[in-house]
Design a protein around this ligand. Structure first.
Ligand code: GDP
Ligand code: MG
Length: 598
């Protein structure tokens, strides 16, 4: 199609502001789906995505729109993942667009995620169309939200579209705004092919499916293509677009968005952000912005049943076929046996992998406390990257430790400020910005260690603000910090899987809290069990679990039968998630209790 009639756009919104609902309405309005076919939130297709209301993979749906000017337009709606873990993917999806709808909830207003994604969009020079959604709500305050958009983001909101994705208000106006305000796709179909990979996934029948935006040139079936970073040549087996069902086509040309497959074996061969070109007409430069996706959060995954180790490895391999950001290597824990050290983009990513392993592969897991990757300079000049406490070098060899630092943006209401500031201080944060943004709300920007976020930051923030705080962050660099390794001993034996890396000044308090929690979590045994936290040879906290005297049921005095049954069931449930370490049975919660600070 002539690029002049193509509009590529995406939707930017804070979670729950109505992105998926609006996408559904657009599909329905342009006739991509009949009302009968309409299942709510068509774009969030994976089960997990649907349940959690988040988009994990990008999607690109082609819509045909007959505009008021009498012309037929091709609108490509590119849906992006809406979570900080996936910022790189979001930025590649935005690179495939010329514009974006900035959806803001008419009663909630601008939130941290709105800002973060807006800045990404501005960085990519996208034309932003503010859409104030949920104007059907009695609490909607469109005028106040317009002011917010102008004050905080600095965007002209006078022509913001007022909409209700739920009741279908403003949908026509949104389509017209996309046609009139989003710049048309540029690009020359006769130039050598240059195309961006903005997502990829593995299909068992066709191999890797690539979602691509064609910048210049054309791609056709049978064509020999090359990928810039891997320098490998493939032959295109098929191509098409989603509408939202896959529709095969003969060619994709400059300006268009679609999918292609070329017998590529794993997603790590078709990296997000990489450039596709034609083998016969090489290009001299790739598209800008490519980065290798690097895991930032690390944890050990262990099967509860040690005979499921092989099963777990197969499952991890299958998941990796589809997720190049996820990596793993075998690791061996004295406490937990054979398992895998895994790297994730962030906590949500970890949770998704964990959930899929349990749900799709039915493997019961023990996950050790997530941590980050430290840069450690040794006396001999070597610099190590250490993401596993068990690989922590001997302190006498360490010259310098650097930890990853993030810029965190928090938006909240003034009444919760006291609690939140206290939390941010406790999490070793340095204030960089404090701004009243109107309507009794405040925007805070803090520089803080990523390590403190992977601990229990989200939960603490939520409870400090009763849910009225939004958070977004991105990695900003590294900073030298006096970190130490803290070990935990159960009945005199060090349990390697419970070791964590903490800031020296916080070690005593953390150790004490951890030992207290473990005391409550580890059931009584036939003998007294000593619990100790230690840094090197120095014990910094200790507690003991008294020996078991009677069996549990004796406590119920025979009376209440249903209570007895409950107790037994609870015990059975607990059994499933126990791991015997030395002489002591330790429940799964104990491994996670390392995370909680108070
Ligand atoms: P997303 O997280 O941005 O994709 O948000 P969703 O589209 O999943 O919407 C979040 C919630 O807001 C859902 O319960 C929707 O039904 C609701 N919602 C979306 N748009 C509207 C709207 O225009 N009006 C009202 N009242 N509710 C809406
Ligand atoms: Mg959604």
């Amino acid at each position: 199609m002539d690029p002049a009639y193509i509009r590529n756009f995406s939707i930017i919104a804070h979670i729950d502001h109505g992105k998926s609902t609006l996408a559904d309405r657009l599909l329905e309005y342009t006739g991509a789906l009949s009302q009968r076919e309409m299942k709510e939130q068509v774009l969030d297709s994976m089960d997990l995505e649907r349940e959690r209301g988040i988009t994990i993979k990008a999607h690109a749906v082609r819509l045909e729109y007959h505009a008021d000017d009498g012309n037929l337009y091709q609108l490509n709606l590119i849906d992006t993942p809406g979570h900080v873990d996936f910022t790189y993917e979001v930025s590649r999806s935005l690179q495939a667009c010329e514009g974006a709808l900035l959806v803001v909830d008419a009663s909630q207003g601008v939130e941290a995620q709105t800002l973060a994604n807006t800045y990404l969009a501005i960085h990519h020079n996208l034309e932003l169309i503010p859409v104030i959604n949920k104007i059907d709500l009695p609490s909607a305050e469109p005028e106040r939200i317009k002011e917010q958009i102008e004050n905080i983001i600095g965007l002209d909101a006078s022509e913001a579209v007022l909409a209700s994705a739920k009741s279908g208000i403003g949908i026509h106006e949104i389509c017209e705004a996309v046609v009139k305000r989003v710049p048309h796709a540029k690009g020359d179909p006769d130039k050598p092919l240059r195309a961006l990979i903005f997502d990829s996934w593995f299909d068992p029948y066709r191999g890797v499916i690539i979602l691509t935006r064609i910048l210049d040139g054309k791609v056709r079936k049978g064509q020999k293509i090359r990928l810039w970073t891997t320098e490998t040549t493939y032959e295109v087996d098929g191509l098409g677009f989603q509408s939202p069902k896959p529709v095969p086509c003969d060619e994709l040309s400059a300006g268009e968005v679609g999918f292609l497959f070329a017998n590529i074996k794993t997603v790590s061969d078709a990296k997000i952000g990489d450039t596709i070109y034609e083998a016969a007409r090489p290009i001299t430069e790739p598209l800008p912005g490519f980065e290798e996706m690097k895991p930032m959060v690390f944890a050990g995954l262990y099967p509860i049943e040690s005979h499921e180790h092989g099963l777990l490895r197969d499952a991890l391999e299958k998941l990796r076929l589809n997720d190049s950001a996820f990596n793993f290597e075998p690791e061996n824990s004295v406490a937990l046996g054979f398992g895998f050290r895994c790297g994730f983009l962030g906590l949500l990513h970890l949770e998704i992998v964990q959930e899929r392993l349990e749900r799709e592969f039915q493997i019961d897991l023990i996950t050790t406390a997530p941590g980050v990757r430290y840069l450690i300079t040794l006396g001999n000049g070597d610099v190590l990257e250490v993401d596993n406490p068990t690989k922590w070098p001997n302190p006498s060899e360490i010259i310098k430790i650097e930890e990853p630092i993030i810029d965190a943006t928090v938006i909240t209401r003034e009444e919760y400020l006291g609690e939140i500031l206290k939390l941010l201080e406790e999490k070793r944060g340095d204030q960089k910005k404090f701004e009243h943004i109107g309507g009794g709300r405040v925007m805070l920007v803090y520089e803080m260690p990523l390590n403190e976020v992977v601990l229990d930051f989200y939960d603490r923030l939520k409870s400090a603000s009763r849910g009225y705080a939004s958070l977004d962050y991105h990695l900003s660099g590294h900073r030298v910090s006096p970190m130490v390794k803290m070990d935990v001993l159960v009945a005199g034996d060090p349990v390697d899987a419970l070791s964590i890396i903490v800031h020296k000044d916080f070690a005593y308090e953390r150790g004490k809290g951890l030992i207290e929690r473990l005391r409550k979590l580890i059931p009584r045994q036939q003998f007294e069990v000593a619990l100790q936290a230690a840094i090197g040879a120095k014990i910094i906290a200790r507690e003991s679990i008294a020996a078991l005297r009677k069996n549990v049921i004796a406590k119920c005095y025979g009376g209440d039968i249903s209570r007895k049954r409950k107790l037994l069931e609870k015990q059975k449930e607990g059994k499933r998630r126990m791991k015997r370490v030395g002489r002591v049975e330790i429940p799964q919660e104990a491994f996670l209790s390392v995370l909680k600070v108070s």
